[in-house]
Ligand binder design. Structure first.
Ligand SMILES: Nc1ncnc2c1ncn2[C@@H]1O[C@H](COP(=O)(O)OP(=O)(O)OP(=O)(O)O)[C@@H](O)[C@H]1O
Ligand SMILES: Cc1ncc(C[n+]2csc(CCO)c2C)c(N)n1
Length: 255
């Protein structure tokens, strides 16, 4: 019998250039060839780089109580500026969720400025983040055919563990969308098995640590380049090997 040809998986490119200040001398900030960015704000303290990412985003969505964080937190992160002006400039396009956390005066404030309010209080089986990603996938990904859309989720890590797990589950629910979960200290994304992956590391702002964690299911065979402890056709699972405290050695990692 003839050997089966190896199946070609498309390559997904990952870059955190969206976090670079526009004044960085060596690496340019995101340009026209970079992915279009959508920002989702969760109900957690805003990361310090929230104003930068907000200003780079093509669409800004607040998950329910995330709107309170923008209302209270953007003026706090920009102390030299008038709070009312900050609130007028940092206006969400959409607030979506089951609306049990957004304060009534915050909802009214943004509604009066033209923010679209999508009340899904009837759905108590999906999280507010899930609702927001589904909304972006339905309404915005088709308009970005030439440019891959990256969805940056602010405040997704470092809070309540059940919420963190719910946030990670959303990565598995939308494996072909490039979703990045962010906090002040960490960023994570899914390396879907439908793709191979190229990760461009911005050493000025990320690393040197990089973990590969088989969350959700074991990985039967993982091969990497660019790390200090590369995997070579290695399986990973909880109860077996998982790659924590690995270290980035090159600007480009592959998996
Ligand atoms: N402590 C947290 N840690 C991580 N993510 C969070 C945390 N709190 C909220 N989130 C995220 O923000 C989204 C909106 O939060 P919000 O508090 O409005 O949700 P909720 O459904 O009312 O939560 P709860 O389970 O507390 O009723 C959630 O869907 C979740 O993704
Ligand atoms: C098995 C099961 N566990 C938990 C919930 C609760 N829940 C999950 S998502 C959500 C909405 C949060 O905004 C709520 C209340 C459920 N429905 N089903």
């Amino acid at each position: 019998m003839a050997p089966t040809a190896p199946t070609q998986r498309p390559t997904m490119r990952h870059s955190s250039a969206f976090l670079l200040p526009s004044t960085a001398p060596s690496s340019p900030a995101p340009g026209p060839d970079d992915a279009a960015v959508a920002v989702v704000v969760l109900n957690q303290p805003l990361p310090r780089f929230a104003p930068l990412l907000w200003s780079r985003a093509a669409v800004r969505v607040c998950a329910d109580g995330g709107a309170n964080r923008v209302f209270d937190g953007m003026p706090a992160l920009l102390p030299g500026q008038d709070p009312d002006e900050v609130r007028a400039s940092y206006k969400p396009d959409v607030i979506k969720g089951d609306m049990d956390s957004v304060r009534p005066e915050v909802k009214e404030h943004y509604s009066n400025l033209g923010t679209r309010i999508v009340d899904e209080s009837h759905d108590q089986d999906t999280t507010d983040l899930h609702k927001c990603i589904a909304f972006i996938a339905e309404n915005y990904s088709a308009t970005n055919k030439s440019n891959q859309l990256s969805i940056l989720v602010l405040g997704a890590l470092g809070g309540r563990f059940d919420h963190e797990m719910g946030n990670i589950n959303v990565l598995h629910l939308f494996p072909s969308i490039n979703i990045v979960l962010l906090s002040d200290d960490c960023l994570i994304f899914l390396l879907s098995k439908m793709h191979t992956h190229e990760i461009h590391v911005e050493k000025s702002i990320e690393g040197p640590h990089c973990g590969l964690i088989p969350i959700g299911m074991p990985s039967t065979s993982t091969t990497t380049t660019g790390l200090r402890w590369n995997l070579d056709n290695t399986s990973m699972s909880f109860g077996g090997l998982i790659s924590t405290s690995n270290i980035v050695e090159e600007d480009k990692l592959t998996q």
